[in-house]
Design a protein around this ligand. Structure first.
Ligand SMILES: Cc1cc2nc3c(=O)[nH]c(=O)nc-3n(C[C@H](O)[C@H](O)[C@H](O)COP(=O)(O)O)c2cc1C
Length: 217
């Protein structure tokens, strides 16, 4: 696929066929993802590829309580109870995400992505606000991975709700102490049709000329 096309239409896939994911396809995606940038080119990302059904079930058991708490916190749980009051597109997304959480063990491949803490260059650690820079050394890798999977016709869902259950996930997968969890990526053959383009805000809403707020030509 053409790069622009991949970038325009790599959706979050939450429904998969039971077809197995070829190991070569995963290898190829990881092979391409590793060209991502990272602070100091330290490449601290680490990935555990989980296919074992028992481990997938265990990951679901760790994911579900986090997802349910998130549903309550965001009001999405109430949305599912009163669908008639909700925006149809959002309702569809929340239903898909809820089904995804409930059936997480059925997702053929789970990629558990971590990063070596010692490899992070957290340049905003001293600011009096939430730090975001640490993640910048691992999420470009994950986005590369999503695009590379899409290029090979594989669907994927990036989520971060396993991270609060980091201690249990690390125990389950024998992940060393010096690695922090960054994301979970469910991978499989997408069962829904691929969209032609994702729904996103236009450039004029987020990019400015010279000064914040000034329209970009
Ligand atoms: C940091 C992050 C966390 C996310 N967490 C979840 C999640 O917990 N559950 C889920 O179903 N999707 C999750 N997503 C996927 C988003 O819902 C998705 O990217 C967004 O709705 C846009 O959907 P689309 O790419 O299919 O257009 C997450 C995405 C990101 C980047």
């Amino acid at each position: 696929m053409d790069l622009s096309e991949v970038m325009r239409c790599a959706p979050t896939s939450r429904r998969f066929t039971p077809d197995p994911v070829p190991q070569e396809a995963l290898r190829r995606a990881l092979e391409l993802a590793r060209f991502a940038p990272s602070g100091g080119n330290r490449q601290g990302w680490r990935v555990v590829v989980v296919r074992d059904p028992d481990a997938r079930l265990a990951l679901r058991e760790l994911y579900l309580p986090q997802w349910r708490a998130y549903m309550q916190h965001t009001g999405w749980a109430q949305m599912l109870e009163h669908p008639e009051r909700s925006d149809p597109a959002r309702l569809r997304m929340v239903r898909r995400a809820d089904d995804y959480a409930n059936r997480l063990q059925q997702v053929p491949v789970h990629l558990v992505v971590g990063v070596r803490l010692a490899d992070l260059a957290v340049t905003d650690a001293g600011l009096p606000r939430q730090s975001i820079v640490g993640g910048a050394s691992v999420y470009p890798f994950i986005q590369n991975l999503l695009l590379a999977l899409r290029d090979q016709g594989l669907g994927a869902a990036l989520t971060t709700l396993l991270v609060p259950a980091e201690a249990e996930v690390k125990r389950l997968l024998a992940i060393p102490d010096d690695i922090a969890l960054a994301a979970h990526v469910g991978v499989g053959h997408r069962s829904d049709p691929w969209p032609r383009a994702l729904s996103r805000r236009p450039v004029t809403e987020f990019a400015f000329a010279e000064r914040y707020g000034q329209p970009l030509a």
